[in-house]
Design a protein around this ligand. Structure first.
Ligand SMILES: *[C@@H]1O[C@H](CO)[C@@H](O)[C@H](O)[C@H]1NC(C)=O
Ligand SMILES: *[C@@H]1O[C@H](CO)[C@@H](O)[C@H](O)[C@H]1NC(C)=O
Ligand SMILES: *[C@@H]1O[C@H](CO)[C@@H](O)[C@H](O)[C@H]1NC(C)=O
Ligand SMILES: *[C@@H]1O[C@H](CO)[C@@H](O)[C@H](O)[C@H]1NC(C)=O
Ligand SMILES: *[C@@H]1O[C@H](CO)[C@@H](O)[C@H](O)[C@H]1NC(C)=O
Ligand SMILES: *[C@@H]1O[C@H](CO)[C@@H](O)[C@H](O)[C@H]1NC(C)=O
Ligand SMILES: *[C@@H]1O[C@H](CO)[C@@H](O)[C@H](O)[C@H]1NC(C)=O
Ligand SMILES: *[C@@H]1O[C@H](CO)[C@@H](O)[C@H](O)[C@H]1NC(C)=O
Ligand SMILES: *[C@@H]1O[C@H](CO)[C@@H](O)[C@H](O)[C@H]1NC(C)=O
Ligand SMILES: *[C@@H]1O[C@H](CO)[C@@H](O)[C@H](O)[C@H]1NC(C)=O
Ligand SMILES: *[C@@H]1O[C@H](CO)[C@@H](O)[C@H](O)[C@H]1NC(C)=O
Ligand SMILES: *[C@@H]1O[C@H](CO)[C@@H](O)[C@H](O)[C@H]1NC(C)=O
Length: 349
């Protein structure tokens, strides 16, 4: 009897693990650098020396200005009208990517350089750590839940986790105000990247069916399209080394790509906006997701008003029902066609 329950428990556990196996990667590791126009990054000697090791996304966009709303968007699929870097607490009824990962038993952490201690909720610390660059703590659904909050950790924890063979399935890494180029230069940040993140690719505890995404929160200049230099690295894209993908992506693609890889459903926010949430091509090819052919991409340099700055604006709190496999192929196709028609119509008027 006991033996039988153990066997069936083991089978259930195996089935659960099987069900959530990543289609294109088992780990994603996202690194956000700061405030750099595409051309400035693309002509940095170190960054350009790294492009042959990965896939250059040369048509990837931040979603607004300044920093904080871009980070908030990357974790929750919207910036809820935030248009500055102030102290915000997003209500605890608002879901994030963490809810979706949790539901499938996938592990996550955010590694924050110079965070004084795990779960620190303060605004800044020694001017090196900034809450505005730590989206997870801005969502009360994480900050007010001790279990989740414990995953908001100082970046020094990464070495410990790798030594224990414990790289989370989803990691979001925020360098400090010097290393991310915010208070320094692109040359300073790329040197840091080369010395700190790139060597991890030789560590099998890190580079184990892993997708690394190096991106920037936003451009330095506001009156231009918010195009930011983005590079995919890691063994998950080993076969695509030294290629360029010019599909139109945004920070919402960070969500839709993760959602598509692990079949997580979605947050029902801009992560489902077909114009803004194309899935990274190498993942879309594996999951069968059909990307939109965006003909007239928006600049994404202005803020759309929302709940955090105007409480009468509707707030989308819960995750939508996960799309069925059929939907995830058919819906975007139809919507993409609609978007193209709408674009053509807009161009005519
Ligand atoms: C999640 O990470 C663990 C630890 O590295 C790994 O064994 C597992 O395959 C990953 N799960 C999925 C579904 O990618
Ligand atoms: C979510 O919480 C906010 C802030 O407490 C509240 O204004 C809003 O009505 C809540 N929304 C739902 C759907 O519960
Ligand atoms: C960070 O906090 C310190 C001490 O509270 C304060 O003096 C400093 O002005 C703050 N810096 C920023 C950028 O908010
Ligand atoms: C707190 O977080 C844990 C782990 O993510 C989750 O299982 C639990 O449902 C959360 N509790 C609340 C009240 O949201
Ligand atoms: C980047 O790292 C590589 C390998 O560690 C090293 O050979 C190279 O000199 C570094 N480049 C710079 C400019 O620091
Ligand atoms: C790589 O991942 C596999 C499957 O998740 C795991 O069995 C193996 O131990 C991992 N290798 C290292 C070096 O962590
Ligand atoms: C966005 O770009 C347009 C076109 O250059 C410009 O008119 C507008 O002022 C910009 N918005 C902001 C907030 O800078
Ligand atoms: C990368 O591709 C370019 C052409 O797109 C080629 O000139 C260059 O030699 C390649 N570099 C490597 C390291 O393969
Ligand atoms: C909230 O999410 C639902 C489900 O995806 C969507 O239909 C609706 O338009 C969203 N509402 C807002 C205010 O964004
Ligand atoms: C999708 O994004 C486009 C471009 O920013 C925007 O015009 C449109 O209103 C968004 N759709 C929804 C439903 O939010
Ligand atoms: C995208 O749309 C444009 C304009 O309709 C068309 O010229 C182009 O061939 C399309 N590209 C793809 C990959 O479908
Ligand atoms: C980015 O994509 C848009 C829409 O598909 C296209 O019009 C534009 O030319 C592309 N830009 C680059 C740099 O590839």
């Amino acid at each position: 009897m006991l033996f039988k329950s153990i066997v069936s428990l083991a089978l259930v556990a195996a089935a659960a693990a099987q069900a959530t196996k990543g289609k294109a990667f088992d780990h994603v590791f996202i690194v956000f650098l700061e405030n750099t126009n595409y051309q400035i990054a693309a002509t940095d000697p170190i960054l350009s020396s790294l492009t042959p090791q990965g896939v250059l996304l040369d048509n990837y966009s931040g979603v607004t200005h300044p920093s904080e709303p871009n980070y908030v968007a990357a974790a929750g699929g919207d910036y809820f009208g935030i248009s500055d870097d102030s102290l915000y607490y997003i209500p605890s009824n608002v879901t994030t990517i963490v809810d979706l990962l949790d539901k499938k038993g996938l592990t996550w952490k955010t590694y924050q350089e110079d965070l004084p201690h795990a779960c620190f909720t303060g605004f800044n610390s020694t001017n090196l750590y900034m809450r505005k660059h730590n989206p997870f703590i801005i969502y009360d659904s994480i900050a007010q839940n001790q279990t989740r909050c414990n995953n908001v950790v100082p970046a020094t924890q990464l070495a410990t986790d790798l030594a224990a063979g414990d790289l989370p399935n989803y990691s979001f890494y925020t360098p400090n105000m010097l290393n991310d180029a915010h208070d320094t230069t692109i040359a300073y940040a790329s040197k840091w990247l080369n010395n700190t993140i790139i060597p991890l690719l030789s560590n099998p505890a890190f580079n184990n069916n892993t997708l690394v995404v190096i991106t920037f929160d936003e451009t330095e200049d506001y009156p231009i399209a918010n195009r930011v230099w983005t590079l995919l690295l890691g063994d998950a894209v080993a076969a695509l080394k030294n290629t360029t993908d010019s599909t139109y992506y945004t920070h919402y693609s960070l969500l839709s790509t993760v959602e598509s890889n692990w079949d997580l459903g979605n947050l029902g926010r801009q992560d489902t906006n077909v114009t803004l949430s194309n899935v990274f091509d190498f993942v879309a090819k594996v999951t069968g997701y059909e990307n939109a052919n965006v003909t007239n991409p928006p600049f994404l340099n202005d803020t759309i008003p929302g709940f955090m700055t105007n409480h009468s604006t509707p707030l989308n709190t819960t995750s939508s029902t996960p799309k069925s496999a059929a939907d995830s192929i058919a819906v975007p196709k139809v919507m993409a066609a609609f978007a193209v028609l709408a674009g053509a119509f807009a161009a005519m008027i």
